[in-house]
Write a protein that binds this ligand. Structure first.
Ligand code: NAD
Length: 302
């Protein structure tokens, strides 16, 4: 198998909170053009005036004659259906590359492998972390699973979107790594909110408490990047939906047998976020987990 992607345009499917800035950063890495598609008309329209970009009417049209297809879709079920029923695999150039940058379950790709082989296509799972802010600056961390050859071929495209790119192991290992990262991230956000509620009950100033945590051993990504910005401000505007976080952490437990016994804390984190996904409004931001924890406590942070 060649170590480069065949010549041709790059297709990008899924132009949401993450896909929009990621696709913009790819324009320079796709000198033969970027072909984009999203099911939402507004998401497509955002690229209408972009030089070097062709807005397509379907995923299959975006993939037609493309050398690579990159996806940033809500979950692995949608990825699998876009690739197979959506006709993407049939339209890519033989020898082309499929890169799934959505957070999907690690087992998403197994049913597709035969079809990929028939078409001499390579596949990489390359989920991301860093949120919308780092998607915009092209500074995502990327967890890439696949063969050495496939990762090498994907690298010029991945480097346009991320600054720290890890080859995590075989296909699916990027997704496993990402799901575990999010389990820890979801757990620390919830525990950070509980910690602040205890501080509130005691009468501490919560901006002060967050500042102290940020230079002390309680510091974590939530104290640093989420509490002042989205929780205490009550903007709840991180751009990462609560339903997507709940999906990711469910994946983390579903990846292995007996996960509840191995990770009882993780299981209670998943139970909390599952309740939040059921109780809070559809489309809630993941930082609104604070609202459910406030309800349980009968106490608010503000
Ligand atoms: P999003 O909901 O904002 O974007 C998903 C996009 O996919 C939407 O524009 C939607 O219209 C489109 N879409 C859905 N079905 C489609 C289909 N069949 N064909 C074409 N387009 C379709 O979600 P997001 O926040 O951008 O997240 C995308 C992926 O990245 C998810 O898997 C998520 O878990 C992951 N992720 C998100 C963040 C974040 O901070 N938002 C961070 C890391 C990873």
């Amino acid at each position: 198998m060649s170590t480069t992607v065949p010549a041709g345009p790059v297709a990008f499917i899924g132009l949401g909170h993450m896909g929009n800035p990621m696709a913009r950063n790819l324009i320079k890495a796709a000198p033969e053009g970027l072909r984009v598609f999203d099911t939402e008309a507004d998401a497509r329209a955002a690229f209408a005036a972009e030089p070097g970009v062709t807005v397509c009417a379907s995923a299959a049209e975006a993939a037609s004659g493309s050398a690579a297809v990159i996806m940033s879709l809500p979950n692995g079920k949608i990825v699998a259906s876009v690739l197979s029923e959506g006709g993407v695999l049939d339209r890519l150039k033989p020898g082309g590359l499929v890169i799934d940058m959505s957070s999907s379950a690690p087992g998403t790709y197994a049913p597709l492998l035969e079809h990929l082989g028939d078409k001499h296509l390579d596949i990489v799972d390359a989920p991301v972390s860093g949120g919308v802010a780092r998607a915009e600056t092209g500074a995502l961390s990327i967890m890439a699973g696949g063969t050495d050859e496939a990762i090498e071929r994907a690298m010029p495209l991945l480097e346009a979107m991320g600054t720290t790119i890890f080859h995590t192991g075989p296909l699916g290992s990027g997704q496993a790594t990402k799901a575990l990262n999010n389990l820890l991230s979801a757990g620390t956000l919830a525990l950070t909110v509980e910690t602040l509620l205890l501080g509130r009950k005691f009468g501490l100033d919560l901006d002060m408490l967050t500042d102290v945590l940020n230079v002390s051993t309680g510091r974590n990504n939530s104290t640093d990047k989420k509490i002042h910005q989205f929780v205490l401000s009550r903007s709840f505007a991180s751009g990462f939906a609560l339903a997507l976080m709940q999906k990711d952490i469910r994946t983390a437990l579903d990846m292995v047998e007996e996960s509840d016994e191995i990770a009882p804390l993780g299981a209670s984190v998943v139970a909390l976020w599952t309740e939040a996904a059921e109780e809070l409004e559809a489309g809630a931001d993941h930082t609104q987990i604070a609202e459910l924890i406030e309800r349980h406590a009968g106490l608010r942070l503000d």
